[in-house]
Design a protein around this ligand. Structure first.
Ligand SMILES: [Ca+2]
Length: 196
C-alpha cells in the first residue's frame, strides 16, 4: 500500500509540473503571437523571380537594380538591408555573375554603360527579402527597377509581396517586368493573411 504522505507529495509534484508546462506554453505563445503581430510597420518587401528564361547568360532571371518607395512624387525610401535571399544560376550551364546583394540597396543606380549595379535573382525559385528604410503606407508607390532589358537581355517578371515581419507572412501586391510600379493597396491595413 502506498503511504498517503507519499501520494500527497506525488500529487503536489504533478501539480507543479503541470503549472510549469502551462507557464512555458504561455511564454511560447506570447513570443509566437508577438512575431506574427499584424499591426506592426510594413517594412519588408519580398521579390520572387517569375521568369522562365533558360538561355545561356551571366544574368539569369529578374535583374533588380533597386526598390524605391515613392510618396507625393518623391522617393522617400529604399531597400536598406537584405534579410534573406536565394539567388540561383538559372538553367544548367548558366552562371550568375550578379549575386552581390548590396547592389539592390539604395536608390536606382544601374550603370547602363558597364551593365552593372544590380542583382540577378537567377530564375524561377530565386527570391530576395529586403527591409525598407521607411515603412510602407497605403497609397505609396513601390517602384521596382528591373533592368533586364538594359543588360542586353529581356525584361523578366518578378512578383512583389510586402510584410510586417522579415519571416512573413507576406501579401502579394502584384507582378511586373522592366521598371514597374505598384500601389500599396488599402487591403494591407487589415491583418495580413498567410500566403500559400
Ligand atoms: Ca543598384
Amino acid at each position: 500500500m502506498t503511504n498517503p504522505n507519499d501520494a500527497k507529495k506525488m500529487k503536489t509534484k504533478q501539480k507543479q509540473i503541470v503549472l510549469l508546462v502551462v507557464l512555458l506554453l504561455v511564454v511560447v505563445l506570447f513570443f509566437i503571437l508577438r512575431s506574427c503581430r499584424s499591426d506592426g510597420p510594413l517594412l519588408y518587401v519580398r521579390l520572387d523571380d517569375k521568369s522562365k528564361q533558360s538561355l545561356q547568360t551571366d544574368y539569369p532571371g529578374s535583374d533588380i537594380d533597386a526598390i524605391e518607395i515613392v510618396r507625393d512624387g518623391e522617393v522617400v525610401g529604399t531597400a536598406s538591408l537584405v534579410v534573406d535571399s536565394h539567388l540561383l544560376d538559372g538553367a544548367p550551364g548558366n552562371t550568375n555573375k550578379f549575386k552581390d546583394l548590396s547592389q539592390i540597396l539604395g536608390i536606382a543606380n544601374y550603370d547602363a554603360e558597364n551593365r552593372e549595379n544590380y542583382v540577378a535573382l537567377g530564375g524561377s525559385g530565386g527570391y530576395v527579402i529586403v527591409k525598407m528604410s521607411v515603412p510602407l503606407q497605403v497609397g505609396d508607390i513601390l517602384r521596382v527597377h528591373e533592368i533586364g532589358a538594359g543588360t542586353g537581355g529581356s525584361a523578366e517578371p518578378c512578383s512583389v509581396a510586402i510584410g510586417r515581419n522579415e519571416s512573413g507572412p507576406f501579401q502579394e501586391i502584384g507582378e511586373g517586368a522592366g521598371p514597374f510600379e505598384l500601389i500599396v493597396p488599402e487591403a494591407v491595413r487589415k491583418p495580413i493573411s498567410l500566403s500559400p
